[in-house]
Design a protein around this ligand. Structure first.
Ligand code: FE2
Length: 230
């Protein structure tokens, strides 16, 4: 039987090559941010420390991060190339960027970034045992019986004989230190809840794609220079 697997979700993984000295400096800066958290009650030590909820959501304004974001920009362009999106016609904006630190069993629950187009996680510090990233499929085109892919009882009875990309509600990716994972912002994701982290540090950002020229374009966001504040 010929099988068509259609309508994929494309997530890209690549290496970011920056010097160890620069990485150590960024790690120190992020630890300083955590030490001066502005909303410490929000950090419950079940969830990871996330800089965007603690007053540090603009790493891209900090010149110490310039080189890193320059390297990341190259990867974002490669990602757009993979999807055959003509980046020459788009301005790529970082609208928000922050660090996360996970210690022990801390994790980040399932969420998505609905106010942007592309998001990424870059792993500045990560050991093999640290938590993976998990992506969830909201569409589940192949879930013939709703709930089947995640049903504990059906799972126990092995109604699904095995799981693969055709029949999974979630899939984990295991990045290494220096990796970047790039994905559509609207994709639900979390970190692995049951891992024990040895101070895993990642940097994330939300990216908006804005048309350089809005002429004859209906669906893209027009150039910000054409906006007026009212
Ligand atoms: Fe996220």
């Amino acid at each position: 039987m010929k099988v068509y697997n259609i309508f994929p979700l494309t997530i890209c993984q690549s290496k970011i090559d920056i010097e160890d000295k620069e990485k150590s400096n960024l790690i120190s800066l992020i630890k300083e941010m955590k030490a001066s958290s502005k909303n410490i009650d929000y950090y419950n030590k079940i969830g990871s420390w996330t800089g965007d909820t603690q007053g540090f959501e603009n790493l891209h304004h900090n010149s110490e991060f310039n080189n890193l974001f320059g390297e990341i920009k190259k990867k974002l362009i490669e990602y757009l190339d993979v999807l055959n999106i003509d980046q020459e016609q788009l301005d790529i904006y970082i609208q928000r960027s922050w660090a996360t630190i996970s210690e022990g069993k801390e994790h980040i629950d399932r969420h998505s970034h609905l106010q942007s187009h592309i998001s990424f996680a870059y792993y500045l510090k990560k050991s093999k045992e640290d938590s993976k990233i998990i992506f969830y499929d909201d569409k589940r085109h192949n879930e013939l019986i709703p709930g089947l892919f995640e049903s504990p009882t059906a799972n126990k009875r092995k109604i699904m004989k095995k799981f693969n990309v055709q029949n999974s509600a979630s899939i984990s990716i295991d990045p290494e230190e220096d990796d970047i994972i790039i994905f559509p912002s609207k994709t639900p994701h979390s970190t692995q809840p049951n891992a024990v982290n040895n101070q895993r540090i990642s940097i994330s950002a939300d990216i908006s794609l804005i048309a350089k020229d809005s002429k004859l374009l209906e669906h893209l966001t027009p150039p910000i220079k054409n906006w007026i504040k009212i």
